[in-house]
Design a protein around this ligand. Structure first.
Ligand code: BEZ
Ligand code: FE
Length: 297
């Protein structure tokens, strides 16, 4: 297969001509944004095909891969989102739309395990329910970028148990490891969760096969998900990660940002808990996460 630079002039002209024709076919698109998107897509797609001198078998393989990605996708499993995640496309779209800002808390991927209408817990309540794992006391504040506390901010929190499973992956589908709560009058919040542990993204489908073929790990760095909403402020979807976690530099979906890596202080069994909760000699951890939300513009 020749490289692009070795393509004879006549051949190059044939390929250039096709790109021109396809671009021209979108020229009359009434919506200017759609026109921009389609023409840029055509330019980049053809540049890719020509750069790698794609074989017809490889193109068919790609079609079969996307077909399989569609076939495994259901209401509960979104393989295309997973594909976007492992290609870094989800994270890049977040980067583009949340300009790096020293003041506001950084965003990261939503992931496929968020569920609307989680149970409400009071401040200091336990979102883990009966999910197995080491208890973790989570505390923090929600403020705006001027430092004003945000009372009544809604926090959705969800995480995998110590076996790496979200409740939606349990056979009986019962709820655990997810809840929502509201900040108090001073913008403070506290709750009990679980010390996060690493787990693999679903890897028994086409995306898992791709990771396998490319010697990539399906493991995500240990994390706890947050979604914070408050009137007049920009909604934040993010996680916090565990300082010292082995997977911080190899997160399968490129979701780790330095500012989101937090110290989870491990407490030996028998250490008094902040709210007097009795843990029967079990070890626990604690972490602080202060959330800063920018105003909606
Ligand atoms: C998650 O953190 O839950 C997740 C994110 C992206 C892909 C798979 C899982
Ligand atoms: Fe997750």
């Amino acid at each position: 297969m020749p490289t692009t630079s070795e393509v004879p002039d006549r051949q190059r002209q044939v390929e250039d001509e096709l790109v021109r024709k396809v671009l021209a076919s979108f020229e009359q698109t009434p919506d200017p944004r759609l026109k921009q998107l389609m023409q840029a897509l055509v330019r980049h797609l053809h540049a890719f095909l020509r750069e790698v001198r794609l074989s017809q078998d490889e193109w068919q393989y790609a079609i079969d891969f996307l077909t399989a990605t569609g076939h495994i996708t259901t209401e509960h499993r979104q393989e295309f989102v997973l594909l976007s995640d492992v290609l870094g496309a989800s994270m890049q779209t977040i980067n583009i739309n949340h300009a790096s800002d020293d003041e506001a808390t950084e965003a990261t991927v939503l992931g496929p395990f968020f569920v609307e209408d989680s149970p409400e817990i009071p401040l200091g309540g336990d979102m883990a329910a009966d999910a197995p794992g080491e208890p973790c006391w989570v505390e923090g504040t929600v403020t705006d970028t001027d430092g004003n506390p945000v009372p009544g901010a809604r926090l959705e929190v969800w995480e995998a148990d110590e076996d790496g499973l979200y409740d939606v992956q349990y056979d009986d589908g019962h709820l655990a490891g997810r809840a929502h709560l509201y900040t108090d009058d001073q913008g403070n919040y506290t709750f009990w969760g679980l010390t996060p542990t690493p787990y693999p993204i679903p890897h028994d489908g086409p995306v898992g096969h791709l990771l396998d073929k490319t010697a990539r790990s399906p493991m995500r760095a240990s994390h706890l998900h947050f979604k914070a909403t408050a009137p007049g402020l920009r909604t934040l979807v993010t996680h916090i990660f565990v300082d010292g976690d082995q997977m911080l530099d190899s997160d399968a979906v490129f979701g780790v940002k330095r500012s989101l890596v937090k110290r989870f202080d491990r407490q030996p069994g028998g250490t008094l808990t902040p709210d007097g909760r009795e843990l029967g000699g079990q070890s626990w951890s604690r972490v602080r996460f202060d959330i800063v939300l920018p105003k909606t513009s």
